[in-house]
Design a protein around this ligand. Structure first.
Ligand SMILES: [Zn+2]
Length: 238
């Protein structure tokens, strides 16, 4: 019965499938992916901070220019005050008022500059922290990668052996049936299910007696109406 060979093929195919899934879930592989994402995240953070630093430098430059402009006006005003006619009270008052306004503006500008310097220090610290974290993760990544590469090479060999077994088992199966198997496999794994107590063991649906009769007749391949798996009833079980 060709389904016996197909069932045997299914077993080897599923063994390789399980092994491949385990490889994908290997703790070292999962950790490496985590680390890689973390490093990428840090690189993005770094770019963000760098952009902030650049725009901050621009603002700092503008504030410095403003400060210089104010200082120059202040000096000019001092000169005017020195030359002012002592009897022109109105003129003196106007100049003093202007001096007060400039002093206020200067002190505000100075405060602004100080705040910017503090912000710049914070950004510096952030950059250092990000660099340290990223470097640490990169080191862990490199070390783990070396371990994982060995592990992966070993497991790939094992998988190659399992896949060779699958291919060997497939030689005993009718090519058309194997094609059918592969097409079902795209949406149903495993694509073959045993018939147990009149039920499809893939989806647990009870099969109609007409379907059971077709299976026991044994001269056609029957698929489960519900899940589409090829139904397999070992000799003497139906
Ligand atoms: Zn089913």
């Amino acid at each position: 019965m060709q389904l016996d060979q197909l069932w045997n093929y299914t077993q080897t195919d599923m063994e390789a499938e399980r092994f491949e899934n385990e490889m994908r879930k290997a703790p070292n592989r999962v950790r490496l992916l985590q680390l890689r994402n973390f490093i990428l995240e840090q690189q993005n953070n770094m770019k963000k901070v760098e952009a902030e630093v650049a725009s901050m430098a621009e603002r700092l430059e503008a504030a410095r220019a403003e400060y210089e402009k104010l200082s120059a006006s202040m000096q000019e005003l001092a000169g005017e005050l020195a030359e002012a006619q002592e009897d022109s009270v109105a003129e003196l008052e106007g100049l003093i008022e202007e001096a007060q306004r400039l002093t206020d503006a200067l002190s505000k500008c100075e405060q602004e500059l100080q705040k910017m310097r503090r912000d710049a220090e914070t950004r510096d610290r952030q950059q250092k922290e990000i660099r340290t974290k990223a470097a640490k993760s990169k080191q862990e990544y490199d070390q783990l990668k070396a371990v994982y590469d060995t592990e992966f090479k070993r497991d790939s060999e094992t998988l190659k052996g399992l896949k060779a077994k699958v291919d060997a088992a497939g030689k005993a199966v009718d090519p058309a049936l194997l094609e059918r198997y592969k097409s079902i496999r795209q949406h149903c794994v495993p694509p073959v299910a045993k018939l147990i107590n009149g039920q499809c063991s893939g989806c647990n649906m009870a099969l109609a007696s007409a379907v059971l009769r077709r299976i026991s007749a044994g001269d056609e391949i029957v698929e489960c109406d519900n899940c589409g798996r090829i139904l397999y009833a070992p000799e003497g079980t139906v």
